[in-house]
Write a new protein. Structure first.
Length: 100
């Protein structure tokens, strides 16, 4: 099995869903196929998420209001969920939703 090493970061309150830890260095088993952002989101949901699932994911993607940057580039410019992650990519999830 292949493994991809990533740095995953959370900000804007999203870190509260992940044990209040902003930076995580993760190793994700990929099997023969590439690891996409979609795969990473599902892996995070199953392995790291400590808070309410619906505050991070909706259907098979991040909920509206969470920005995703890969190496400081908006994921929408990279192909969104289909973007194939590479080892040592830095993936940042920022919540733009702030409670009153």
């Amino acid at each position: 099995t292949n493994v991809i090493h990533l740095r995953v970061e959370f900000g804007g309150g999203a870190e509260l869903l992940f044990g209040n830890q902003k930076k995580h260095d993760v190793a994700i088993p990929t099997g023969p196929q590439k690891c996409t952002l979609s795969d990473l989101i599902m892996w995070l949901k199953e392995n790291l998420l400590r808070g309410k699932e619906e505050l991070f994911v909706q259907e098979k993607t991040v909920r509206p209001g969470i920005l995703v940057l890969v190496n400081d580039t908006d994921w929408e410019l990279l192909g969104g969920l289909a973007y194939e992650l590479k080892s040592n990519d830095n993936v940042l999830f920022i919540s733009t939703l702030h409670g009153g």
